[in-house]
Ligand binder design. Structure first.
Ligand SMILES: Nc1ncnc2c1ncn2[C@@H]1O[C@H](COP(=O)(O)OP(=O)(O)O)[C@@H](O)[C@H]1O
Ligand SMILES: [Mg+2]
Length: 255
């Protein structure tokens, strides 16, 4: 069944449109003038030094931080003008994978996955809930951990459970905040491939914040580099890698 949002999406293929976004904290410039567009089924990677405003940018998208000025539309609707009820609705469609994995340590994997369902969806019967949990765990290849506690899992497994917990609500947009930070290279690669699978399988559109150039290469359709409050460079991984611009060159080397 076509939903209102789908009709909006199909009219221009854009799911997020940000124009001239500005955010200062007590005089500290974080975002000066940021504009970007995320298209349906596209993965954008945002690179940028630590503390430059990457998390602030994606928190603005789900209304966790109110920008000072600029326009921020998700599915064609201005987020800064949304009422609490609309914001809640928005957050069921826009999954947010926070930095760190933020699983509840005192809950089993099953309970961790059940939590967003009980909070965000009209309460389903337990059979339906179990079905969704199993499906989400199968998607990240971790069904056998269903009764485990987070402490029993490796860092990479926790990240995958975190992703499963977001996927269980079948979001149309996923915002990943440093999904591979703190993982060894092999596990990072697994997570990056999983992000790519999610894009294909769910036709999800994503913004992925990362420091990990290997992950950026695997997951991105386009990349943006945020610096000094603006998007300093844009392009595909290959375009940026082959850029003549000295700053971009040095940036990609340092990263
Ligand atoms: N809620 C907040 N209140 C005040 N300052 C904040 C807040 N959130 C972030 N900042 C500041 O904004 C800057 C950018 O932070 P952040 O977006 O988290 O950086 P990063 O690019 O590493 O994700 C930092 O200087 C940080 O201290
Ligand atoms: Mg951050």
């Amino acid at each position: 069944m076509a939903r209102k949002e789908d009709i909006l999406i199909s009219s221009n293929g854009i799911v997020i449109e940000i124009n001239h976004l500005k955010k200062y904290f007590n005089g500290l410039r974080v975002l000066e003038d940021v504009s970007l567009v995320l298209k349906k089924s596209e993965n954008i990677v945002v690179l940028g030094k630590s503390g430059i405003g990457k998390s602030v940018l994606i928190k603005c998208i789900v209304g966790l931080i109110q920008p000072d000025s600029g326009s921020l539309k998700v599915f064609g609707k201005e987020v800064t003008e949304m009422k609490p009820k609309e914001l809640n609705e928005l957050r069921t469609k826009v999954g947010f994978i926070f930095q760190g994995n933020a699983l509840y340590d005192s809950m089993t994997v099953r309970e961790n996955l059940e939590f967003p369902l009980r909070r965000n969806k009209a309460l389903k019967n337990s059979h339906e809930i179990e079905g969704l949990i199993v499906e989400a765990l199968e998607n990240v290849d971790l069904l056998d951990t269903i009764n485990k506690m987070p402490d029993e899992l490796s860092g990479g497994m926790k990240k995958r459970i975190g992703l499963a917990r977001t996927l269980i609500l079948k979001p149309e947009i996923i915002l990943y905040d440093e999904p591979t930070t703190g993982l060894d290279p092999l596990t990072s690669k697994e997570i990056s491939k999983l992000i790519l699978e999610v894009q294909t399988k769910y036709k999800a559109s994503s913004i992925i914040i990362t420091h990990d150039l290997n992950s950026a290469k695997i997951t991105s359709n386009r990349m943006l580099i945020l610096n000094e409050g603006v998007i300093k460079a844009r392009g595909t991984f290959e375009e940026l890698k082959n850029s003549e611009d000295k700053w971009v060159q040095s940036y990609l080397k340092i990263e």
